[in-house]
Design a protein around this ligand. Structure first.
Ligand code: SF4
Ligand code: SF4
Length: 364
């Protein structure tokens, strides 16, 4: 069966280097570095890491049109045991409070439950970036209960409360299964006031435009999902589509690329820069390499060469290729001295009200 991942269809934009080159070739009014400098960040640097975002691989049971990971059932990248162990050695040696597990569909990783249980056992806040439909697959029917037992915060993608819009972006039948999964989560207490079981939804525009205001959309979504399907949730995060991977491919093929990028540059909001997720999140790739964020990870933009390059290095306390090793805490501190790698795609995080894995970052 031919699946529409860029990799499988041998798209010229499948290689991350080709995506970077396409973006770099666009004539834009200014560079992201100049824009960040105008907001007082020259260069853009991190603060202390409060989230370890672990991308366990690119396998997914869905093939959504706008996927920034180019994930799908045909992808083979899966985080090996050595990398999983290094992530937990780092967590055990430091006090990073939040563990954010993502993919692909992270639940497909053979050690997903082990990772959740260990992170919860270390007293960390655990987040699962869930596509919802995974919870309805026969082999995963006890997964929702497992997540509730470990009090995992679920951040679930749902482009629209209108079925046709969601199916258009994520595939036929996805909306109906997503609703079934949300109802199952609600039955376990997710989204109920006072339950402590957080259920957040993530929406992104179905087209080449910026998301509408997050607070107004959240009110509308709460009313609509309650009225139509009896569904409750905690927060709605609006996310700007990042001009990378499958969305970049769509922008290119539909003739929207230059216009969309111009719109993002024009909508640059200096108030979003302080709250950029790359400043407080450390992103680990399936092979253990370190990135400033999940988007840089997909573009193969590694952390600055002078910083530790892998989570294995961090866990062993290796700041450079030349030992002597230090402690993981000192290695993490060394990583904090880096400049964040930026490019034209970064305008996706700073347009309008801003965009991050936790939604808008400022007022529009
Ligand atoms: S569910 Fe998420 S990871 Fe999977 S294809 Fe869709 S956007 Fe990509
Ligand atoms: S894509 Fe966004 S989060 Fe990543 S480095 Fe650029 S501004 Fe930061």
């Amino acid at each position: 069966m031919s699946l529409p991942t860029l990799l499988n269809t041998r798209s010229p934009l499948a290689p991350p280097a080709a995506q970077r080159a396409r973006l770099d070739a666009l004539p834009l009014a200014r560079t992201f570095r100049e824009a960040a400098a105008s907001a007082g960040h020259e260069p853009l640097r991190p603060v202390a890491a409060t989230t370890l975002q672990i991308n366990v691989g690119k396998r997914c049971n869905q093939v959504c049109r706008h996927c920034h990971v180019d994930a799908g059932p045909d992808r083979r990248e899966v985080m090996p045991d050595e990398v999983v162990e290094a992530c937990f050695a780092l967590l055990a040696a430091t006090d990073i409070p939040t563990v954010d597990i993502t993919g692909g569909a992270p639940e497909l990783h053979p050690r997903f439950r082990d990772m959740v249980a260990r992170a919860a056992g270390l007293g960390r806040r655990v987040m699962d970036r869930c596509n919802l439909t995974i919870l309805t697959l026969p082999a995963y029917e006890d997964l929702a209960e497992f997540l509730a037992v470990h009090r995992v915060e679920i951040v679930a993608s749902l482009p629209s409360y209108a079925g046709a819009m969601t199916d258009r972006q994520r595939g036929d039948g996805v909306f109906e299964k997503s609703i079934e999964a949300l109802q199952r989560l609600n039955a376990l207490g997710y989204g109920a006031p006072g339950s402590g079981l957080e259920l957040d939804l993530v929406t992104n525009p179905v087209g080449a435009f910026l998301p509408a205001g997050q607070a107004a959309l959240e009110r509308d979504w709460k009313q609509q999902l309650e009225r139509r399907h009896g569904i409750r949730f905690n927060r709605l995060f609006t996310i700007t589509n990042m001009p990378i991977s499958r969305y970049l491919d769509w922008l290119e093929r539909s003739g929207n690329l230059q216009g969309y990028m111009d719109r993002l540059v024009q909508a640059f909001n200096p108030a979003t820069v302080d709250g950029l997720m790359c400043r407080n999140t450390l992103s680990v790739g399936w092979d253990g390499r370190l990135y400033d964020c999940d988007f840089n990870q997909m573009l193969d933009l590694a952390v600055e060469a002078s910083a530790p390059q892998t989570v294995m290095d961090l866990a062993r306390g290796l700041i450079t290729a030349n030992p002597p090793p230090v402690s993981p805490v000192e290695a993490l501190a060394a990583l904090r001295r880096r400049a964040i790698a930026v490019g034209p795609h970064c305008f996706g995080c700073t347009a309008g009200a801003g965009s991050s894995c936790g939604g808008a970052t400022a007022d529009a």
